[in-house]
Design a protein around this ligand. Structure first.
Ligand code: SAH
Length: 427
């Protein structure tokens, strides 16, 4: 007689008599029958035993007695647990690493990992010039430039492009489209002649400055300022490479600009306000250096207006993360920016819009370009951790724009001048 003892699966256990943790198959090998035949039947019963229903429904084989009975608790425990542990340890192995123990380890470590990833790693500190240092590092690594090109700002996607699937659009082209839209939004295209002197506040590696310089023509001159010396060096080198001699780049703090009052015909600020610890001063400084009648235009990530509905705890926590992870002191709402524009006393025809819908695709698109082309990251192991964090941050920005916690602020204005007529132009 042969005995086989099997632990019951959860489903089988629910159908078995109380206190049954295993079932026993008794095989009575009848005398005179070939062992082969017995073994074949044994295989059939074993197969059936793997599914309780099939097993129960199957009639008792001719040469075997199949019984199901409760077994002693100790034995059952052994039978139930040991094979499982054994199976776990023999589970699929990839590159010599047993997957299940590793997964179990990750499960234990997950809360710790989550805590680390949730804690912002690049908090803003003005005294230490964290903004300048971060952009220095990004410029040196070249990863950002590889994926985002020369423009460090979101792209623009039309409703049709969103419908067709944003991934079909060229990621870099979306950024040029954004600048074209921002130019149109500023009212610049309706001016009688292109602005002669343009200031690009927070110019990155100068992508936008150079684009404006070539679009506006050689009668215009674009000055870009940034806190990062590496960005100035890269921006200058790229301008030289392109043979552009109507741009220049300087390291200068937008909150304490060295330019005299009324210096520029146009002040352009694309995604630099996020990094400003004093948004009012930022707006005032830009308005100060703008010539009377000049155009001022700003694009910036904003938190939602919280005057009627204060931010709840989860929103505040999310904002803290989004602000600190990429070295932003804090965000403010579009409405608060408008108030800062108004309070200067000499900015007129102030107009604001929220462009979250036509820019939101940029966040996930940015992740996808990395997935499609991982080699620049793969070959630089020292950026893996940072890139992982950036991927998470991109996704969290997407969600915050999607849920309305964040908005994409576009604000334009003119500096007042007696008798100056402003033509309102929107696309
Ligand atoms: N407008 C750029 C890139 C924006 S990235 C483009 O079109 O590509 C943000 C830029 O703002 C960085 O260059 C950063 O150095 C700059 N910045 C942030 N705070 C600044 C400050 N206080 N003064 C000057 N530049 C600042």
């Amino acid at each position: 007689m042969l005995h086989f003892c099997f632990p019951l699966s959860g489903r089988q256990r629910s159908r078995a008599p109380a206190h049954t943790d295993a079932f026993v198959l008794e095989f009575v090998v009848s005398h005179g029958k070939a062992l082969v035949e017995t073994m074949m039947r044994l295989a059939i019963v074993l197969g059936a035993a793997l599914g309780a229903e099939a097993f129960v429904a199957r009639p008792t084989p001719k040469y075997m007695a199949v019984t199901r009975r409760p077994a002693a608790a100790k034995v059952n425990m052994d039978m139930a647990i040991l094979p499982k542990i054994n199976k776990l340890l023999k589970s699929p192995v990839i590159g010599g690493v047993p997957i299940v123990p590793v997964v179990a380890g990750v499960a234990v470590a997950a809360p710790v990992i989550k805590k680390i990833l949730d804690t912002p790693s690049r908090t803003y500190n003005r005294e230490e010039n964290t903004v300048g240092k971060e952009y220095d590092a990004w410029t040196e690594e070249g990863i950002l430039e590889h994926y985002w090109g020369e423009h460090i700002h979101l792209g623009w996607y039309s409703p049709q492009e969103m419908k067709d699937g944003y991934k079909k659009k060229n990621f870099i082209q979306a950024k040029y489209d954004f600048i074209d839209r921002m130019m149109a939004f500023s009212g610049l295209n309706a001016l009688e002649k292109p602005p002669a002197k343009v200031l690009d506040v927070g110019c990155g590696i100068g992508g936008t400055s150079r684009y404006l310089a070539s679009k506006l023509g050689s009668d215009s001159h674009v000055t870009g300022i940034t806190l990062s010396p590496n960005q100035v060096a890269r921006a200058t080198a790229l301008a030289k490479e392109r043979g552009l001699d109507n741009t220049e780049f300087k390291v200068m703090d937008a909150l304490a600009m060295k330019f005299p009052d009324n210096s520029f015909d146009m002040v352009w600020a694309c995604e630099s306000g996020e990094h400003m610890p004093d948004k009012k001063k930022y707006v005032e400084e830009m308005a100060r250096v703008l010539k009377p009648g000049g155009v001022m235009v700003m694009a910036t990530w904003c938190s939602r207006d919280d005057t009627e509905k204060p931010l709840d705890e989860v929103e505040r926590k999310n904002l803290n993360y989004l602000e600190s992870e990429w070295t932003h002191p804090h965000f403010i709402s579009i409405e608060d920016y408008v108030k800062h524009f108004e309070s200067t006393g000499y900015l007129e025809t102030i107009h604001s819009e929220d462009w979250w819908e036509c820019t939101i695709a940029s966040w996930r698109h940015s992740i996808w370009v990395g997935v499609y082309d991982p080699w620049p990251v793969v070959r630089r192991p020292w950026v893996w951790y940072k890139t992982l964090r950036d991927g998470i941050c991109l996704e969290r920005f997407h969600r915050s724009f999607d849920t309305g916690l964040m908005g994409y602020g576009m604000v334009r204005a003119r500096k007042s001048t007696e008798g100056y007529m402003v033509k309102d132009v929107t696309m």
